[in-house]
Design a protein around this ligand. Sequence first.
Ligand code: HEM
Length: 199
Amino acid sequence: MIVVPFVIIFTLLAFYQGKFIRKHNVKFYIGASILSVIAFLIADKVKIVEPFIQGYFGLSLLYIVMVTGALNKKSKLSSKLAGVRREYSIIGFILLTPHSLNYFIEFLSDITKIQEWLGIVAYAIMVPLFITSFMVFRKKFTFKGWKKLQRWAYLSYILIFLHLILVAKMPNLVIYIVLFTPYIYFKIVKELKIYKKKN
Ligand code: HEM
């Protein structure tokens, strides 16, 4: 359930504080990294770090990044969200790391669970996408090459959805279905429109 208020809060922040987020992006990256390390270290001791360890913070930000790609580019919401897309994808990845590391350690003692493999592959796909979000590495690609690489994000989104369906219990399970289904629908409709225009 907690993902919904986080998605709303992060959307409002993108809408009204996008400029501030972009201006101070490095500070946000450093802050998110510090919080993630702390959350990972005290995972079992303090309940307050649950949104980090359960992946709720990271998922909320990545969800916004994902949805931005399905919105009508001319809408105000789309332009506001697109303005912080890079920042949200970087911070989202950083905030997902304590979750991934925490459960990866557990996973090593039993590597048979498909739901955990899905999370691991989704996260692994995000590693090169995360690295190439930084200008230093992005500059090494042509725009077309970089765009092509970024398309792997779609596979990661599908795997995240499957991961969530298999790990979540009620009521979260319904929430994830309600969040992801319209995205899949609108993204397919948008891609079909682009395809028809090209051909
Ligand atoms: C992109 C990567 C990932 C995302 C977005 C993600 C997201 C989430 C979220 C939001 C939950 C909570 C579901 C709920 O109860 O509502 C969750 C649970 C879980 N995730 Fe991930 N995850 C990712 C990667 C991983 C990785 C790498 C592992 C490593 C094995 C993993 C293992 C688990 C496990 C075991 C649970 C269930 C925890 C429990 O029993 O409460 N996840 N994941």
